[in-house]
Design a protein around this ligand. Structure first.
Ligand SMILES: Nc1nc2c(ncn2[C@@H]2O[C@H](COP(=O)(O)OP(=O)(O)OP(=O)(O)O)[C@@H](O)[C@H]2O)c(=O)[nH]1
Ligand SMILES: [Mg+2]
Length: 459
């Protein structure tokens, strides 16, 4: 996975049809292979858009053969980015063809026939990292930016791509480095009777560092919320209109709706943007004594989804009297953070409860109020500012650094004389190791494999 000496190729645009489809080549042979693929008779000029035609005789050389002898398949615009000023830091050629999966696959196959290798998921970004174009945090930000569902998520990821978190971590790291260097000098030359760091200043410096990691960690909870979002499960007995409410919130007929109780049997999920927050909505099977094994499994999954959700939306049928199934579900969810709605408000009510929100998934009455109530219940008000740190991997490592700093602080109070300096030093070095792992200067290949496996091909 970590070879960078060969040339890789992949379709960089999403699967499916579109106006344009981009193929990216990266590696020492990128320019040669691109020239094999296109009819352009000269070297590509760096960073210039070159209009040409793709030919499907990749192994033939163009000398002596007229362009028309090739089997032209599409028009392309080729752009050559010589190393090191490219996305990956290698030579890169991007071919923008028409977004036809057939054409794009044929071009990739031709590139492979000319000596390229199909890229692994995330391999372009991995190369950018290995070539020092970006650090690990920025590589992760690329994936987050692409996966963002809400504008706030996208902005937080973009900040990280621009290096805001890299700078913050870098400043803490630099202060730590300085402190460690001075402490090492005092430990190494004790006979000089000279303290490179006086104990008061040492405590002060460590406190300042703890204050900085603290500030980051305070931001982390909001950050995780922005990156990972929240989950809301819609539960209720069969036929009350859970799938209809789900579809109304999503804005499309995603889940099947019928008048047959027990329609929904599996979990149906969809991600929506609620006031900037990524919310995963889960439609579930109606909870009742199941009539068959499939439904029983559906009910079990509904209960699991209920257990792991941040908020439960209990749907009742306002046009039918409440029965034991409804009461059972209300009882089961009393301990949960929940919202209760009475659906089918367009029909004659069979009961009334002024405390409950009345909605109709059919006429959309009360749906804007329901959205507002969900936002309020999820308590997402403070999410408008973009958080600096969002990724659990980074948060865990900052926490590890802070724990080490707190131990270092405690060690300064030790009365072992010069030994205490060695303890402090060990803890400070551990804090530094954690910070270096965040940016990817330290940490094994497993970390990289784990991170890049989550990317898609062509990224
Ligand atoms: N009049 C009226 N009918 C509704 C409303 N919402 C849903 N229905 C109807 O109620 C029936 C059941 O709707 P679903 O959304 O499938 O109900 P469900 O709770 O998902 O049902 P299960 O998946 O079987 O548990 C369908 O015939 C819907 O058209 C509403 O607001 N008003
Ligand atoms: Mg349903």
């Amino acid at each position: 996975m970590f070879s960078t000496s060969d040339t890789i190729v992949a379709i960089a645009t999403p699967p499916g049809r579109g106006g344009i489809g981009v193929i990216r080549l990266s590696g020492p042979e990128a320019h040669r292979i691109a020239r094999c693929l296109i009819a352009h008779g000269r070297d590509l000029e760096p960073r210039h858009a070159t209009f040409s035609v793709v030919r499907l005789k990749p192994n033939a050389t163009h000398e002596g053969i007229s362009v028309s002898a090739f089997d032209a398949i599409d028009q392309v615009v080729a752009t050559y980015f010589p190393a090191p000023a490219s996305y990956t830091g290698d030579d890169v050629v991007e071919l923008s063809a028409h977004g036809s999966p057939v054409v794009l696959r044929a071009i990739v196959a031709a590139a492979i026939a000319s000596g390229a290798r199909l890229a692994e998921p995330g391999e372009f970004t991995l190369r950018a990292f290995l070539n020092g174009r970006i650090d690990l945090m920025q590589a992760e930000a690329v994936a987050d930016l692409i996966d963002a569902v809400t504008p706030l998520q996208a902005r937080a990821a973009f900040d990280q791509l621009q290096g805001t978190l890299t700078r913050t971590i870098g400043e803490i790291d630099a202060a730590l480095f300085d402190l460690i260097a001075r402490l090492e000098a005092s430990v190494d030359f004790p006979e000089e009777g000279y303290h490179f760091v006086d104990p008061g200043a040492l405590v002060h410096a460590i406190d300042a560092l703890i204050a900085r990691t603290r500030r980051l960690l305070l931001d982390a909870q909001r950050g995780r919320l922005v990156r990972e979002g929240l989950q809301m499960a819609i539960v209720g007995k069969p036929n009350v209109g859970k799938s209809s409410v789900f579809n109304a919130l999503v804005g499309t007929s995603r889940a099947i709706v019928t008048d047959v109780p027990g329609t929904t049997r599996d979990l149906v999920t969809e991600i929506i943007d609620l006031d900037g927050v990524r919310v995963t909505l889960v439609d579930t099977a109606g909870i009742r004594q199941a009539v068959d094994r499939i439904e029983a499994e559906g009910v079990a999954r509904a209960r699991q989804a209920q257990a792991v959700s941040d908020l439960i939306l209990v749907v009742l049928d306002g046009a039918e009297p409440l029965d034991d199934s409804d009461r059972e579900i209300l009882l089961q969810t009393t301990e949960c953070k929940r919202l209760i709605v009475s659906n089918k408000a367009d029909l004659e009510p069979a009961w009334r409860d002024p405390n409950l929100l009345r909605v109709s998934a059919r006429t959309m009455t009360g749906m804007p109020e329901l959205r507002e109530a969900v936002v309020a219940a999820l308590d997402v008000e403070p999410l408008r500012d973009r958080p600096e740190i969002t990724n659990v991997r980074h948060i865990t490592l900052v926490q590890r650094a802070e724990d080490a700093l707190i131990r270092a602080r405690a060690a300064t109070a030790g009365d072992e004389g010069s030994h205490s300096e060695e303890f402090v030093l060990a803890d400070l070095q551990e804090a530094r190791a954690a910070l270096e792992e965040i940016v990817g200067r330290r940490g094994g290949d497993e970390v990289l494999e784990h991170i890049f496996a989550k990317f898609c091909i062509g990224k």
